[in-house]
Design a protein around this ligand. Sequence first.
Ligand SMILES: [Cu+2]
Length: 213
Amino acid sequence: MQAVILSLFAVIGLVSAHFAVEYPAWRSDSLAENTTYSQWDYPCAGVPYGAGNKTEWPLEGGSVVLDLHHPWTYLYINLGLGENATNFNISLTPQLLNVTGSGNFCIPALSIPAAVADGQEASLQVVTNGESGSALYNCADIVFKSSAKPLSGGICTNSTGVTAAIVGQAATTNSSSTPTPTPTPNGALTVVSGGAQTIVMSVAFGFVLIMVM
Ligand SMILES: [Cu+2]
């Protein structure tokens, strides 16, 4: 019986996880049941433009808050200008981020490497990669506004144990200074492979996922 329960949580962890874009509000809830949405689908999880939310975002670049459900995530964010953009050709994360931990992850302000005008319509495309190597997609529709502000530090926070590093710089940093142990939410996250320990990790995430879904 215990084995059955463990397997159930492991399956939930693999199938129902993915991620949510909390700010700017995602186009629509791509995790909602009874839809054809799938985060596997490029470019925007199958959610059509105009399906829902649009957020005013600062001209100089704004905050992004994600709810990550996987143990670790490669993350990049692209910008497409115009209404119903299909070409997300402006990278807002030229350096790939490696985010460890699940829960809320906030980037205080992404800078925009292009001139944008007050009232410019655009969409953000948030892309994550996990252990399987497949990409997951979500989009958030925005309109650039000179009156919009980045989120304040009190709102822009990470969940306990969620940390980010720029891929390619972590190794350099670690070899030239004393490594700092990274706190983990439940102590099991540091285990990335291995039979029994992997199951323990999956159970932990199973409970977390049920809480957040
Ligand atoms: Cu997932």
